[in-house]
Design a protein around this ligand. Sequence first.
Ligand SMILES: [Zn+2]
Ligand SMILES: [Zn+2]
Length: 256
Amino acid sequence: MKATLTVLGSGTSMGVPTIGCDCAVCHSPDPHDRRTRPSVMIEYEGKTVLIDTTPDFREQAIREQIRSLDAVLYTHTHADHILGIDDLRPLSFHRRGKIPLYARPEAAEFLQSMFRYIFDADYKYGGIAQVEMHNIKGSVELFGARFEPVTVLHGDQEIIGFRFGSAAYLTDFSEIPEASFAQLKDLDILFLDALRHKPHPTHSTVENSLRIVDRVKAQRAFFTHICHDLPHDATNASLPPHVRLSYDGMKLEFEI
Ligand SMILES: [Zn+2]
Ligand SMILES: [Zn+2]
């Protein structure tokens, strides 16, 4: 079936512009150089699925006029991927039943302790997000589509990305383990971490991610988790035509 992917945010953990930074990209007039924290939204069959809830989720949801939400999948529990969880409140009040959240067991436990008030049945003050946590143990079936976790290495930590239909979303990795490549065959769309050119202990570089795109032979590839080292236009001009920097608000059609 047909699906639309919307890039809610394409930026690294500190966002671009970065607070207090005087660099050219942080002061660029090009709206493509304004990058909120990394997240995507997938819509199909009238359903809306989110990957991660960033500290910028409120702004992203208003920008994209999100009116309903049916599920959230979490890649890992770093602050730039989870801190917007409280802003699920308005969307959770306007639906029947709680919003299901999906995370690997250790990530689910972390979220439940970090945001204890949200999951506390005895919380007295009201007005909390109506959500319920589910453990990701294998593939997650959501409204007729399958979201398969893809293990990646974020520094020395194992976290996940997702394969869904002809697309995959791999934010935050420095390395893709050999065993995960089997899940990256026949991709129409591959989203992958490309922080900058300079090596980083927990993130992929433009050069490393170009090698991965070549290896898996994705039809189209889009970089995300981009820092202020990469100006949008100039970087795109240096990339092969089937590889682009993603940007906030970018929309792509694909088969799920
Ligand atoms: Zn991140
Ligand atoms: Zn900067």
